[in-house]
Design a protein around this ligand. Sequence first.
Ligand code: HEC
Length: 395
Amino acid sequence: MICMTGIRVNRSALSAAALLLWLGVAPAQDPYSEAELKKLDPAAGEQAWQQNCAFCHTAQQGGPDMSGPNLYRLFKRKVGSKDGFAYSEALAGDGRDWSPVLFAQYIADPSATIPGNVMPAVNVSADQVAALTAYVMRISGSVDWDAADAPAATGGLDADLRANEPEFWKLYTENTVKFTIPRDNGETYSFVAYFNDDGTITGNNRGMKGIWRMRDKRTFCYALERLGVHPYEWMHCFRPRAPKNLEFGSVAGSFAPVKGKDDFQIEYGFIEGRPHPLEGDAHPDYWTFLFSTTSRYEIKVDDKTEIVDAWFNPDKTITSAQGVTGTWYTRGEDGKQTEMCYSLVDVPGVDGKLSECFALVVMFNPRVGARWPSRFDEGNTYWAETVAGREPLGR
Ligand code: HEC
């Protein structure tokens, strides 16, 4: 695991409001009321989360415990009460309900707020604490502030980008961005992403979701999440300028998404145009192909890997060599099927189902040997591979 000791809160950066809060004095306008928190910029909160928390915690429903507990519905829980996580006595015995204020105090100084707790101090700057609090309230499903999860580009700064930086705009919205991530085993994993003019990011990594927006006049930020490979999600902000001497098809640059790990570099580059269509039906051969091959899943369940050789059948059932079963369906608009959803049940070690939906266009170019990482909605990550043929049932 990543060693976090030695990193301290930067006290000198405490803003007046955070300082009052830290001292336990509520300022006149309570910055931790829901009404105030709701106004804060999710991108700032997300950045703080990615840089300081995401490698020890997940927050979505069913997400795994890592070094820290899963934080799903944190603000509806008591301190130290997630089933199955081995808390310190300090947290387990605390007994208070998590509130935004308690959370902010805990982040500013874990050991002063709950003496004896074992979470290392994190260096969230004081002016980010409130935004982080609001962000965690959102992603942990503790509040229902916005029904839609991706704030699409809404005009304003986002729309100005088209006029102010036309080359950058064209580069990103008309071409394909290719990312290459280093893997533990010395190999790399590449996927492509399409930055769309509505503020969303889509691509050929099955579970991936993303958004981009302008954080302020000079800063373009995007966030990708639900990738099936480390670091699973990241956010990257930079000045929106088209790179000089851009060459399509080669590496344009690299960045380190994990704070404190500068040697972990993700490379990016551009491919001209969008070689994979983003709308419309799957490849005409997709269904015949799917119904005659095996989708081999390697699903992470706690520390183990469960292999499931799944067969998608024309009658919308899923069967498998291992007794896992499931169902699938497609959905779309205007009579076009654009998305496929499925769920698997009886995966060993998993309570309930594992499910996901993905854009059918991802399957535009199906082939035996294709291998991709992704993540179920319930949080389990997996690698899947298309294997030729099908073993007979009940082997
Ligand atoms: C190095 C790993 C690590 C990092 C980084 C980390 N945490 Fe933790 N976190 C833990 C551990 C371990 C615990 C349990 C502590 C205990 O039992 O005393 C914990 C506990 C918590 C709890 C209490 C959960 C509960 O169920 O009561 C919250 C809330 C929390 N962390 C939020 C955060 C946030 C927000 C960040 C980022 C600013 C963060 N953590 C960064 C490891 C980490």
